[in-house]
Design a protein around this ligand. Structure first.
Ligand SMILES: [Mg+2]
Length: 290
């Protein structure tokens, strides 16, 4: 495979569930796909609503570990002296965290539930067994999903009136309710795009500067970072999805077309590391030809 400068200076941000991962939850396959992007000379960074504990499992499979963004942008784990971008001089290590602490966030949610008289339950109130049953994760993985620092997924928040009421009440406290693939999640006013912007700004100060940014996602909580892309890849897992997939994708596309700097939008039918790598390979090859 041959590369050109733009291809080598491409930066890829990717959601995990419903995008790089599908229902098989193949972390080894996902890590190998990330490593293949590294081999192409680009840099691929996972950005997920998952916890740091869950995302560390993926990093352990990577031969070329990268930073990752966890809990919808609340935190960035930079790793420890990782050489993830070429020719970098100084890069951060360790972890950065923003927003309200988890215990305070959960207390506020319980108070609002009582005040608004609506029905939902946070992961902090559920056993690992119940989280495993609701998410179809293994019991061990459900335990990792409960190790949260700054965001709370809510289950049984089923009717749109309750969603609207909670959203409005949270906004008064500078908190946000976002829809992921399966659940609504409450966080501080920091989204995936905030963490992505922080990483791009940092790289722009280095000798290795991203010339093209590709962002991959499938859900409304990916829109903020998809809108920052030069090229936005919209995934839809047609095998496991049983919701309003065509309608959702249409609304997401409309949002992106109307963004301040609209990205080029490509639709990808499928999810999982094979579909993901094919889509990335073809996007990088397009750059090579342009
Ligand atoms: Mg997703």
């Amino acid at each position: 495979m041959c590369f050109n400068a733009v291809m080598q200076q491409s930066l890829v941000f990717t959601d995990l569930d419903g995008t790089l991962l599908d229902d098989r939850y193949d972390l080894a396959g996902a890590a190998d796909a990330l490593d293949q992007v590294h081999a192409m000379g680009a840099v691929a960074i996972p950005v997920s609503s998952k916890t740091r504990a869950e995302m560390l499992l993926l990093r352990r499979h990577q031969r070329h570990p990268t930073p990752f963004v966890f809990e919808n942008g609340a935190g960035i784990d930079w790793g420890d002296a990782q050489h993830w971008a070429p020719e970098m001089s100084t890069m951060p290590s360790g972890m950065t965290l923003h927003g309200l602490g988890y215990a305070q966030l959960c207390q506020r949610l319980i108070r609002l539930r009582n005040e608004l008289d609506i029905n939902f339950c946070g992961f902090s109130e559920l056993s690992a067994e119940k989280v495993a049953e609701l998410t179809k994760l293994s019991l061990v993985d459900a335990g990792l999903a409960k190790r949260r620092t700054a965001s709370e997924p809510l289950v049984w928040l089923d009717d749109q009136q309750s969603v609207a009421k909670l959203k409005q009440a949270l906004a008064k406290h500078d908190l946000l309710l976002q829809k992921g693939g399966r659940f609504y999640t409450a966080t501080s006013l920091r989204q995936k795009n905030d963490a992505v912007s922080e990483i791009i700004a940092l790289l722009n100060k280095q000798s290795w500067r991203p010339r093209r940014v590709i962002v991959c996602g499938d859900s409304p909580n990916d829109l903020s970072m998809l809108a920052l892309a030069d090229m936005a890849l919209l995934f839809s897992d047609t095998v496991s999805d049983h919701g309003d997939t065509p309608g959702l994708r249409k609304r997401m596309k409309e949002y992106l077309i109307n963004a301040a700097n609209p990205p080029e939008v490509l639709e990808v039918n499928g999810a999982g590391h094979e579909s993901w790598l094919t889509a990335i390979d073809s996007s990088l090859s397009d750059l090579k030809q342009n």
